[in-house]
Design a protein around this ligand. Structure first.
Ligand code: CIR
Length: 253
């Protein structure tokens, strides 16, 4: 597997924030945590490929939002936040080595953080970042490859992946306060511990799982259900409203 990552920008303190109050982010700590995250990805059988740094893009470290990658193709998104649109070129530059590229066009907007792929099913959050035109474009681009794309309402959080992520092809980890269970008909759902609302963001890379230290109760639940977790501390990037899935784009080589 390949994990595309990107350095934490010098400007991260100017990041977009939606549901989190601004607090100073310590750049050195954020960079050390990001380096440990990359090591966890390597331990999870990923080869790291870094996009060129984008020091003028405060949110550049959150590469997930710039692309949707499946085995057949990569879709370069048009992020919902205008400040994030300059991030896509550098990720496209890397991804074109591995996949044919397609692009989301105006008026469509999509953040990769809204896109959950589970086998041939693709759930896309309708959020402050992703609109219906964007969802329709992803549907049209993936239909020829046999993917079923479904728009899903999210509330109270930034992205669909704040509320639901993939545990396996048929199973999701969810926070039912932020997304209705009924949206995922046919999938098996595991609920987070409700005392940890941000705990539904888990990163799976094949058979390995990377999970934040911040959610020990849900972490326990996952381990009791048989998963082995690689635990990382991303507390500084959480101040920029980032989590474990946001900091990489995972693809099969
Ligand atoms: C933003 O608001 O766009 C960034 N500060 C955080 C993006 C996090 N990305 C993600 O969850 N996929």
């Amino acid at each position: 597997m390949i994990a595309i990552t990107r350095a934490v920008s010098d400007a991260i303190n100017d990041c977009e924030l939606t549901h989190v109050a601004r607090e100073p982010i310590d750049l050195e700590v954020a960079r050390a945590q990001h380096a440990a995250y990359e090591r966890a990805l390597e331990a999870a059988q990923c080869t790291i490929v870094r996009a060129a740094p984008a020091p003028d893009c405060p949110d550049a470290v959150f590469v997930e939002d710039t692309a949707i990658v499946v085995d057949e193709v990569a879709i370069i998104t048009r992020p919902g936040a205008v400040s994030r649109r300059p991030e896509t070129a550098g990720v496209a530059e890397v991804l074109q080595r591995f996949r044919e590229l397609r692009f989301i066009d105006a008026p469509g907007t999509v953040d990769g953080g809204d896109v959950v792929v589970a086998g041939r099913r693709v759930f896309i959050g309708r959020s402050s970042r992703t609109n219906d035109a964007g969802i329709a474009q992803v549907r049209a681009l993936l239909l020829p490859f046999g993917y079923d794309v479904k728009g899903v309402e999210v509330r109270g959080c930034l992205h669909l992946k704040s509320a639901a992520t993939r545990l396996s092809e048929g199973q999701l980890l969810v926070n039912p306060a932020w997304v209705d269970r009924a949206a995922f008909d046919g999938m098996e759902l595991l609920d987070i511990n409700p005392a940890e609302p941000n705990a539904a963001n888990l990163l799976s890379t094949g058979d390995d799982f990377i999970y934040p230290a911040a959610f020990p109760r849900t972490g326990d639940l996952l381990e009791r259900s048989g998963l082995t977790l690689k635990i990382v501390d991303l507390s500084e990037l959480a101040k920029a409203e980032g989590a474990v899935t946001c900091c990489s784009v995972i693809l099969t080589a």
